[in-house]
Write a protein that binds this ligand. Structure first.
Ligand code: SF4
Ligand code: SF4
Ligand code: FES
Length: 385
């Protein structure tokens, strides 16, 4: 709040410029702008564009963190230019106090700060059938659905398709075919919707795809990047729990077995013992598939041993044993009658609870794109506001 009373001051923006059609390599371009510290990086870029160089390429529309057009990297971190205060950007800048603005990653550059969302982001969104597959024929009246089911998908509904999570996804950097965080979060929006009649087919498809739900390496980058709290990685974990836990989809990518091997490993050792993990993921030490995978992994294992990241003692022995605390955690979680999926997007405060209406069913408009009507609980919480 204090920032709003501060007078305008100079900020230096260092903007990454690149025009693929020019045949010239990318370069950095610096401009000094003058604005109040609470103004956004987007306003700074637009001032530089208006005052000094109209050829700076930036995409924007709402200037209010709603439309998702102005995704960029500020000082190396992805986010919305219109949702990043100049004062905050200055704080996260380097020693020279210059605010660096670059285009998002993992997508081709069209010009300067504008990336080709069609080539990557929207293509992946299309891949997950991003609309409701409703029963046919449709019911004569509205669908009545459980409140909890709609709360569960609220978080994924809040996505504004800005691409910030795609920009920093480490798996996508290694495997550009990975469906990716935004599209998988969108997939959960329909898998979790009780009105959708193809949940199993959706899950099977995404589990069997070698670039699907099991291609995520839990790096948390998408959670850090998302300006709307969608936490795409959590939505991917939900897809996996539904695929493995509810539908027992034993996929050809071995994702299901690998997850079970993790659980078994931690239950036994307390800490991850990777030596067992590999064999257990392939059905045990004597399974030929385990031997084959081990042979393929030998160069990686050798490098880890040479660099001291692994030792033979730890690899061959079991220096850790799970203590009673770990066993108690497993007993508690596995002893529950129902799985508890905490939707952290709902922060615990709910108007309806005060009014005693917490367990009322929710009427949701059956729009053809599957988007909830404003009557869905929490639809506005931190959402496209
Ligand atoms: S957690 Fe998974 S989806 Fe998210 S950025 Fe990392 S690898 Fe990508
Ligand atoms: S999940 Fe978040 S970061 Fe990713 S596209 Fe949606 S709003 Fe942007
Ligand atoms: S301009 Fe719309 S989100 Fe930034």
């Amino acid at each position: 709040m204090a920032d709003t009373r501060k007078p305008s001051q100079d900020f230096t923006l260092r903007i990454r410029r690149y025009d693929p059609e020019s045949g010239q390599p990318p370069f950095w371009d610096e401009h000094t702008i003058n604005l109040e510290p609470h103004r956004s990086v987007l306003e700074g870029i637009l001032q530089a564009k208006g005052k000094y160089d109209g050829s700076i390429g930036i995409r924007c529309s709402c200037k209010a963190a709603i439309c998702g057009s102005c995704g960029v990297r500020v000082n190396g971190k992805p986010g919305l230019a219109c949702h990043t205060h100049l004062s905050a950007a200055l704080k996260s800048s380097g020693e020279d106090g210059v605010i660096e603005v670059e285009p998002m990653g993992n997508m081709p550059i069209i010009k300067d700060l504008i990336v080709d969302m069609d080539a990557v982001h929207w293509k992946k969104i299309q891949r997950v059938t991003p609309w409701l597959l409703a029963q046919d024929p449709l019911p004569e009246r509205e669908h009545i659905v459980d409140r909890e089911a709609m709360v569960d998908v609220t978080q994924s509904m809040a996505c504004i398709q800005c691409g910030a999570c795609v920009s920093d996804c480490l798996s996508m950097e290694v495997d550009p075919l990975f469906i990716g965080p935004a599209a998988l979060a969108k997939a959960y929006r329909f898998v979790g919707d009780p009105r959708d009649v193809q949940q199993f087919e959706r899950l099977k498809d995404l589990a069997e795809d070698p670039h699907g739900m099991y291609d995520c390496t839990h790096c948390f980058k998408c959670i850090e990047a998302c300006p709307k709290g969608v936490a795409p990685m959590n939505q991917i974990m939900r897809l996996r729990r539904r695929a493995g836990g509810d539908h027992h989809i034993n996929d050809r990518n071995n994702g299901y077995n690998h997850e079970h091997a993790f659980v078994k490993n931690i239950r036994k050792n307390g800490l991850l013992h990777e030596n067992d993990l590999l064999a257990d993921s392939f059905g045990g030490k004597f399974n030929p598939a385990a031997g084959l995978f081990l042979a393929k992994s030998l160069p990686v294992i050798t490098r880890a041993l040479i660099r001291g990241k692994a030792t033979l003692k730890v690899a061959l022995l079991h220096p850790h044993k799970a203590d009673d605390h770990v066993k108690r955690i497993f007993d508690t979680v596995e002893g529950r009658e129902e799985r508890v999926d905490l939707n952290l997007y709902i922060t615990g405060y709910d108007e309806d609870d005060k009014n005693g209406a917490a367990n009322e069913p929710v009427v949701v408009g059956a729009g053809d794109d599957g988007q909830a009507s404003p009557s869905a609980p929490g639809a506005n919480a931190k959402g496209a506001s």
